[in-house]
Every structure is written in structure tokens, then in C-alpha cells.
Write a protein that binds this ligand. Structure first.
Ligand SMILES: [Zn+2]
Length: 360
């Protein structure tokens, strides 16, 4: 069958905007299929060093070419003397698995498959499946960071029951389940106290009207002004308007970052033109998303918050392209944790923990 291009062009004119967008997505996807893996790698390297070559070991920029290794360009840093390729310290550096497996893995992640399902599909063990997920997520965390917010900013908190799932005796000495905790508590299914207590993990969420989005664990129990400062200092544009519920912690925080504060009373939805509807809708989405993750250990909740954040930012991308995008974004990060780092993770970090790579 021959295809009449002119006929297709004519038919395109008759289509609605939605249909055109759908076709556009399908064509882009097909075109990307033509781009081979090596092209994809080149694109990744370009993205990683978009601001010029940087040494992944010491982050200095005094770099010279230094031959090739297994077909990849090698570089040498004149400051620290170490060599690197464009993929040193990326998620798949030092991995025994090929890039195509990593891409397939990322595809499974974008389809929200469980660790077990993914392991079965790719023929890898459950442990490997777990570490691949957290390597990608820890890189994503550095890639996304904390957004700079401005204009009208909606802020609120949401809570998840603390969970010690997977915390066995030989596990992380920095994060242990309380001795008397029952099995259900270990899996984060129920808490012993009603209302907001120290058994609940607080997630601070903020969105502005320009697409800025922050979803980050603040600590246990109620949100404090100190926690707000540690998350948002230097990240709020002056003269912004912060919309929140009536929680007190925002009062002195808004004042100190020179922002106006509009607090919506309990039971009300708006005050003048201001409301917190966007953030409430986002919370419902986040709760539902987390429900499908079957009880995440609090130790890793930060990682999952960044995963949710990434999914929200990239919801316009078709499912089939999300896997590639996930790898693409994770590669631009220079902080890739090892299995040991991931095991030693603590859920809420001091600056010290963060520097040691202990905090996800
Ligand atoms: Zn260096």
C-alpha cells in the first residue's frame, strides 16, 4: 500500500487540537525509536555537561581529553588528576547490567510497576531491583532539588504513618524500629495515637502558579518554623504571597522571608481571590499514589516524594517516553549513591548527614 502524503496533510487540517496533540506525541515517540542507544547516550552526555565539562570527582573545570576507553571519550582532570568518561558517576556506571536493561527498568518505573514485578520481567533479583530504583531516585533528587518559588505560593503539610518496613536487626544502625513496636506498626499500617503525633511523618508541599513544586519530608509530627526555614530559605522570592491553612508555623516564617501571608480558616475554601485548592487536590493525588506503593519505609520516603514530584512535572510526557526521560534526568546528577550509602540512609537529615550522602 502506498501512502499519499498530500492526502494525509489534507486530513490533518480537519483534525481537532486534541487529535493533533495525540498524533504529535505518537510521531515523536516513533522518531525517538530511530535514535539508537548510542545517540541516546550522546544526548545524555550533552545534557550532563550542558554548562561545560566538569570533573565528577572534584567538580573543577580544568579538563583535558585523555584517549578513549571502550569506545567512549575519556577525560582527565588537571586538578585532582583523576580520569572520567561522560558516564562516570551516573546511575549505570560500574553496573554489570547494560544500558538497555536500565532503560527497560526505568520504563517499568514509569508504569508504576512494583519491585517484584520489575524483577520478574527483567530477570534480575529483588535486591538489585531495589537498589536500581533507589539509585535512579537519589540521582533524581539531586536533579530536581528544591524549586525556587514566587508569586502566589500555596503551602501545606500532609502526613504518613511512620514505617520501619524492611528494617532488620543487621540493618541500618541509624534507623531502628522501637523495640516494642508491633508488626503492623513496622509496616506503617496504623499508629497508636490519634491525630498528629510523633508516629507520623510530615511532608511539606508547596506549589506556585508557574509550575514550581516542592514535596519534601520535614520531620516527624507537626511542622515547625525551623523546619520551614531549613527547607525554603533562599528559595522564596521576595514579596510573594504565601497561602496556607491556619497553622501557626507559617506566621513568623512568612515574615522573615518578606512574604505576605494569607491564612484560610478551617472549614473555609478561600479568602478573597486566594485559596489552597491546588494544593489540596495535589495532596489527594499524592495519597493515592503512595497507597499504590504498599507501605514505604520512612527511611526512603524522601526518595518517593521526589519520584512523585518528577511524575507530576512530567505528566505531559507519554508513558512510553517517560522511562527514557527518567534516565536522561537522572544522568545529569553528579551524586550517585552506592548500595552501602542507600543502606545507611537516615530519613530526616542534618546537613552533616546530607554531606555524607546518608540522607535520601
Ligand atoms: Zn577533578
Amino acid at each position: 500500500m502506498t501512502v499519499n502524503i498530500n492526502e494525509i496533510r489534507k486530513q490533518l487540517n480537519r483534525l481537532s487540537r486534541e487529535d493533533l496533540e495525540q498524533i504529535n506525541a505518537e510521531i515523536t515517540e516513533k522518531l525517538e525509536g530511530y535514535v539508537g542507544l548510542s545517540d541516546f547516550l550522546n544526548k545524555c552526555a550533552e545534557q550532563r555537561f550542558a554548562d561545560g565539562l566538569v570533573c565528577p570527582h572534584c567538580e573543577k573545570k580544568n579538563i583535558v581529553k585523555f584517549g578513549k576507553v571502550r569506545g567512549k571519550q575519556r577525560f582527565r582532570c588537571k586538578d585532582c588528576g583523576k580520569t572520567f568518561t561522560p558516564y562516570t558517576k551516573t546511575v549505570f556506571a560500574d553496573s554489570k547490567l547494560s544500558l538497555s536493561v536500565w532503560l527497560e527498568y526505568a520504563d517499568c518505573m514509569s508504569q508504576q510497576m512494583t519491585l517484584r514485578e520489575t524483577a520478574k520481567k527483567l530477570g534480575i533479583c529483588l535486591k538489585t531491583s531495589f537498589f536500581m530504583r533507589h539509585k535512579i531516585l537519589s540521582a533524581l533528587k539531586t536533579h530536581i532539588g528544591i524549586d525556587y518559588l514566587g508569586g502566589v505560593i500555596e503551602m501545606d503539610e500532609t502526613f504518613f504513618a511512620e514505617s520501619f518496613k524492611g528494617n532488620h536487626k543487621k540493618g541500618n544502625p541509624n534507623w531502628r524500629a522501637p523495640r516494642d513496636s508491633g508488626l503492623s506498626r513496622q509496616r506503617g499500617k496504623q499508629v497508636d495515637y490519634r491525630g498528629i503525633s510523633h508516629e507520623q511523618v510530615c511532608i511539606s508541599v508547596a506549589i506556585d502558579r508557574n509550575g514550581g513544586l516542592v514535596t519534601v519530608p520535614a520531620g516527624k509530627s507537626r511542622l515547625t518554623t525551623k523546619q520551614l526555614h531549613s527547607i525554603y530559605d533562599g528559595k522564596i522570592e521576595k514579596s510573594s504571597t504565601i497561602c496556607t491553612d491556619s497553622h501557626n508555623a507559617y506566621k513568623s516564617f512568612a515574615k522573615s522571608v518578606a512574604a505576605d501571608l494569607v491564612q484560610i480558616e478551617r472549614g473555609k475554601h478561600k479568602k478573597g481571590i486566594y485559596h489552597i485548592n491546588h494544593i489540596n487536590a495535589l495532596h489527594s493525588k499524592l495519597k493515592l499514589w503512595m497507597k499504590r506503593k504498599y507501605g514505604i519505609s520512612t527511611k526512603y520516603i524522601g526518595n518517593y516524594m521526589y519520584w512523585f514530584n518528577w511524575s507530576e512535572r512530567n505528566s505531559h510526557i507519554s508513558r512510553h517516553r517517560q522511562g527514557k526521560s527518567l534516565i536522561y534526568d537522572s544522568i545529569s546528577s553528579m551524586l550517585i549513591l552506592t548500595r552501602e550509602n542507600i543502606r545507611e540512609t537516615v530519613p530526616f537529615c542534618s546537613t552533616n548527614d546530607y554531606e555524607k550522602g546518608r540522607c535520601l
